[in-house]
Design a protein around this ligand. Sequence first.
Ligand code: C2E
Ligand code: CA
Ligand code: CA
Ligand code: CA
Length: 278
Amino acid sequence: AKEEGRNTYRLFALDMNEKVSKFVWLDTNLRKAISEGQFELHYQPKKNLKTGKTESVEALIRWNSPERGLISPLEFIPYAEESGLIVPLGKWVMEEAARQAGKWKQQGLKIRIAINLSARQLRSPELINEFKKALLRENIFPSMLDLELTESCLIEDELLALNLIKEFSDLGAEVHLDDFGTGYSSLSHLARLPIDSIKLDRSFIHSIHNDIRAQRLLRSMVAVAQELELQVVAEGVETQDQLEFLRGIGVDHAQGYLFAKPMRVAELEVWMTHSSTL
Ligand code: C2E
Ligand code: CA
Ligand code: CA
Ligand code: CA
């Protein structure tokens, strides 16, 4: 028992050290990375299951650190949210996505870009103005950018979120409720907010093959969405079986490794030409 206790302690100590050193590393490097623009957006297609076409892509940020290579957003977004750096970082995401949308528009490519917003960004009074400015600068319409919000965005300050969603939606941008089903009071949000679609979280999709309750939950969520005339997007679709099930219950759009991983622009453009000839 003594041994065990020591091991546990050592593990815990190691864990703490790792956490602290990660925090210190992020704290010294993230701000610099933002000012030096060490980020890239990768784009993952969403397929319209009714038409088979890719009408939009989701922008997913990666940090290209000279020291550590490509870093996943799961590693730094939580810290960026905690420290408030998500505000300048999120601004960069919005501007970069708008730039890309402008390029595609010039090339005659009809494709929307969805960007992820954090709760903290919604509290920034500049958000809407920055959005409008980015659109004007790149000469694009609000309908070319979709916004993905999680439920955590809504619970922190529901009235603020409601007003913002209204503003975005009045401008003509689509608003999607991300990670749907993982937060709490999901259903009450649906009734109140002028959103365009719900995005079923990957965790449900992942369980389809062996979890009858996940299947029933998905079927019910889709039914509710349909009653409210909301579009349904499924994320994290990896297998043909999952796709068949989702199609069967009336899901409108799907995204996942079955179709494509998030890609850099050049790779996505190649993917688009091939997938449209399929
Ligand atoms: P999310 O918004 O739920 O994005 C979906 C995540 O699932 C992405 O991870 C995507 O690469 C991954 N994914 C897509 N298809 C599949 C699949 O078939 N199988 C599996 N296993 N995974 C799949 P990623 O890119 O690592 O992003 C993680 C999270 O980081 C995102 O989750 C989002 O919450 C956040 N994030 C990413 N970019 C941004 C951003 O620009 N701003 C903010 N605020 N958050 C971001
Ligand atoms: Ca998302
Ligand atoms: Ca998710
Ligand atoms: Ca998410």
